[in-house]
Each structure stands twice: as structure tokens, then as C-alpha cells.
Design a protein around this ligand. Sequence first.
Ligand code: 5GP
Ligand code: MN
Length: 340
Amino acid sequence: MQFLEDTTQKLIKKLHSKSKYNIVITTHHKPDGDALGSSLAMFYYLKNLGHNAIVITPTDYPKFLHWMPGHDEVIIYEENKNKCLGLIKEADFIFCLDFNDLLRINELNEPVKTSKAEKVLIDHHLEPVEFDDYRFHTHEASSTCELVYIFIAKSGDTNKISSEIADCLYTGIMTDTGSFRFSGTSSETHRIIADLIDKGAKNSLIHELVFDTNSLSRLKMMGYILYHKIEIIPEYNTVLIYLTKEELAEYNIKTGDTEGFVNYGLSIEGIKFSVLIIDRTKLVKMSFRSKGDFACNVFAKKHFEGGGHKNAAGGQSSQSIEETIEKFKEVLVLYKQQLQ
Ligand code: 5GP
Ligand code: MN
């Protein structure tokens, strides 16, 4: 793997020195399995090295991740602003995991940027913005959890991987690879997974805890979407799904309940591009997925203030959902050749 600006050795030395550091670990808003898994794994690892570590998430995260070891100790910024701001102020290091731009941590952007703490970026998204002092980055990694494993291995500390760390890292690799099926899944990923199982990751149970804990409302919404809401745009081999505020309210949709819906569009034969547009409280949120060469992160960045990976990206719009859908259909025309 090619690492960008690998300043890891310098960081490893500091973390293994006699000093005891105050370390804040943070990740992108609405954390997913990889964001939370990498943060909690790092939390346990840094504590094991003797540091004071704490995980701060900008917002809450889905219920299907609440079983994770360390969940009870996570502080959610939106629910405890002053405490989080104090911790950030006192931090010697801030670990920024699974995001490539401070805009992804919402209101925490300013306090993190202006904090005296040294910033560590560990991430696998393309083109990270410069705000960090130490960078352990490659977009070739399946997940940030895979990078955290490699970071621990480079530190000569694989013997410090407890069953808690193994469970956290397994979860992130599993969710970010779509259960080991996306193209970023390498033989190295599988070797890491094998080692995590040897170190106590409860692989089968983790699949059950993440995937077999649907709420009935999520299942009903899924049925509703599959039956009523899939719009195929055949000229562009594209699927469009949108959800209005009223629909979200009718099915009592909570954080994380719409996770994965966008993939159903892509599971239709011949479809190369799928978009899910959701009318959230403050803005319209978009999820993009593609197959093959179509780079949906480029599409998201160019038209919808977003980014992500080549085949999985997100974006947003401050226009109404109707206007957003209209704009999506208008700009799609520019990609006719790529989508045929
Ligand atoms: P999802 O569709 O699951 O929310 O996000 C898919 C991928 O796109 C994730 O890797 C996520 O980090 C990235 N992503 C989602 N929303 C945004 C966004 O608004 N801006 C950027 N830069 N990336 C996003
Ligand atoms: Mn990730």
C-alpha cells in the first residue's frame, strides 16, 4: 500500500515515550461502523499505552452500533457541548479518524482547527484536506479500521490487540467492505480479518448484531421503498430513490434506519449508478453508489458539495427536495456516455 505523507514513525515514538498525553479521538458526523469502530479501537489502544483517551462524536450514531465495546464512554458533542469543548482545549493530540476534511465534523470544525493539539489524520478517503500534523493515509485501504490495524502493527503492538479492539476493527472492516465484497477488499484485508478472529473478534455474532437488529419500521420502510419508490432512469442506467419528510415521519425513521437502502438500486441488473435523496431536517442529504468506472465521488463533489469514494459517496443540497431532484436529473445528462 502506498501511504501519503507517512509521518507515522515520529508519532509512534511520541506515543511510546514516557509522557502521558490527553488524547481526543473524533470522527465524522453520523458515524458508521468504520468511523465508530476505528475510533473505539484507537481509544482502547491508546489507553493501553497509558494515555488519557476519549472519543467525541459530532452527532449520535445508529442503534445497531450501540452494542460496541466502549459505546457507553463515547461523548456526543451535540448532547454535551461544553464538556467536549473543554476536552478539545486540553488535548495534546486530536486523532481524526475516517474523514478527510474538517467540514465533516460539523460544529467541531473550528474548535478542532484552532486547538493547540497536534492533529493526527488516519483515513482512506481521497484527497484529504491539509489540517493535520501527522498523516497515515491511503485510499487503497478498505477502511479506516484496516489502517488502524496496520498502524498498531507498525508500532509493533499487535500483541496489544484485545478482544474489544478486535471486535471494533472487525466491525468497521465488515461494514465498509459490504461484508467483504467491495473492490477495496484485498487479500491483506482477509489476512487482517483472520488475525482479528484469532485475537477474539466474535465474527458471527457481530454480523448478527449489525444486520439482524432491524426495527420493524425500517423493514416496513424498506418494503415501501422497494414497491413504490424505485425510479429507473433507463437512458442512464440509473436508479433514483427519494424520501420526503412526511415519509420519514410516517415510518418513524431514526438515525441509521435508511442505511443501505441506496444499494438496492444498484442490485438491479444493468444499473450502474444509484442515488438516494433524503429530506433531512436541515438539508437534503444524498447518497451515491456506482458500479465499475463511474466515479460518484467526482459527481458528488462537482454538483452536490460532497465526496467520498469512487463507488460510494455522499453529498448535500440546501435547495428543496424537489429542486434537488430536478438538478440531479439535469446534471445526469452530462454523464450519458459514462453511464452507458
Ligand atoms: P453514505 O452514503 O453512506 O452516507 O456515504 C458514503 C461515503 O461518502 C462515505 O465514505 C462518506 O464518508 C462519504 N460522504 C457521505 N456524505 C458526504 C459528504 O457530504 N461530503 C463528503 N466529502 N463525503 C461524504
Ligand atoms: Mn470508512
